[in-house]
Design a binder for this molecule. Structure first.
Ligand code: SF4
Length: 189
């Protein structure tokens, strides 16, 4: 995993030194979100005993997770200073450039607050679907899946986001995400 510091491939002239992420690093940074999708899908499939409706719910959750990622790329990333640069830790910024032109970075906070609720249910659907099944019809496999899902979604994913990309982000002072998660990750903003 290579990571270097760049002064010429960003969309923020006021921030002279920003990291650039290699494709491998971008992939690694996407693992917690991808793991959340896979675990959430497994929770729904196992929770509904692999029934037809369970498999439909699991497939719908997976599709929702993929659509949510594109939603962020289309409606949030164009307002980010990392748009179309290798300084975006997860690579969304460069993919976003294929869909949308650069938009005013001053609107980032507003757009983030407006669009992030679209994907928030991804963090809760597997828990809301799986916990009642564990309580009323106990299953070790489902319990283990739920615990790993919760660890990934509520501990690992926010920790990696704030420790890596957000730490150097020029928008961190106005970013609602880092205000929510920065303290628990040991960041001062
Ligand atoms: S840092 Fe976040 S908002 Fe900015 S381009 Fe990357 S994914 Fe989009």
């Amino acid at each position: 995993m290579n990571m270097k510091v760049s002064s010429n491939n960003t969309n923020n002239e006021s921030c002279p030194t920003m990291r650039e992420y290699s494709s491998a690093q971008e992939l690694v940074n996407n693992i917690p979100y991808m793991a959340m999708m896979v675990l959430g899908t497994a929770v729904l499939a196992v929770g509904f005993r692999n029934s037809t409706w369970g498999l439909i719910a699991a497939a719908a959750y997976l599709a929702y997770g993929a659509a949510g990622a594109f939603w962020i790329m289309i409606f949030v990333c164009p307002y980010c200073r990392y748009w179309n640069s290798k300084s975006c830790p997860c690579g969304y910024g460069r993919i976003a450039a294929k869909f949308r032109e650069k938009s005013p970075a001053e609107c980032f906070d507003e757009k983030f607050k407006k669009h992030i609720p679209v994907i928030v249910p991804l963090w809760f659907i597997p828990l809301l679907a799986g916990l009642p099944v564990v309580i009323y019809s106990f299953s070790w496999m489902l319990l283990v899946l739920l615990v790993i899902f919760a660890l990934d979604a509520f501990v690992i994913l926010p920790l990696i986001s704030t420790k890596h990309g957000c730490k150097e982000c020029p928008q961190k002072d106005m970013c609602p995400w880092i205000k929510l998660t920065g303290k628990s990750a040991g960041l001062t903003v």
